[in-house]
Design a protein around this ligand. Structure first.
Ligand SMILES: [Zn+2]
Length: 193
């Protein structure tokens, strides 16, 4: 999806298409985990407290990464922020664990597409096209208080129902036993612990 959008914009850039396409790759590398369709979720268990941190590309959450301009786009951002503030509707924990949300902080981070290597800087003088190639991420931090966090043996992900863009979340779980990583996908949307 991200590729498609970038491709459309690059096509409009005409002769810069090849150079810009290379930059798009560069941009993804600089952003590290920011690949459209792929977010991250870190879950830390500490006693009966559970802390979660979700990072997802704006493309996944609202379908665009430029600044919201139209009423529809602004509404999409506001609705997404509101929905992300309700983590227990996006990530289903076993009822027996008795978890409630004690804090939910959600924000949109805009990351301008900046080039750091000499080749890219040289190209910046050729046109401003790639300056529009910025990215945004939705970042949410949650703190949950559970009656018995040990009963969080699986987590369901209606997150994939609410948002159409995400294809997978790279999930890291940190608890007293150490750290484990696994991918939860649109097709297999459950995390076993
Ligand atoms: Zn992006």
């Amino acid at each position: 999806m991200g590729l498609h959008q970038h491709a459309g914009r690059l096509f409009a850039a005409g002769m810069f298409i090849v150079v810009s396409a290379a930059h798009a790759e560069e941009g993804r590398r600089e952003l590290g985990p920011h690949v459209h369709g792929h977010g991250t979720l870190a879950i830390a268990f500490e006693g009966d407290n559970v802390q979660m941190e979700l990072v997802a590309p704006g493309m996944d959450i609202v379908g665009f990464e430029h600044e919201a301009e139209t009423a529809r786009q602004k509404n999409a951002v506001e609705t997404a922020l509101a929905d992300l503030k309700d983590p227990l509707k996006l990530f289903i924990l076993p009822e027996s664990a008795g978890c409630t949300v004690t804090s939910a902080d959600v924000r949109v981070i805009a990351e301008d597409h900046e080039h750091h290597d000499a080749v890219a800087e040289a190209d910046d003088t050729a046109g401003s096209e790639e300056h529009e190639d910025n990215h945004t991420e939705f970042r949410a931090t949650y703190v949950l208080a559970c009656a018995d966090a040990a009963k969080v043996t699986s987590i369901g992900f209606p997150f994939f129902d609410r948002f159409a863009g995400p294809r997978a979340l790279a999930v890291t779980v940190i608890d007293a036993n150490g750290q484990t990583s696994s991918d939860v996908t649109r097709e297999y949307r459950v995390l076993e612990r």
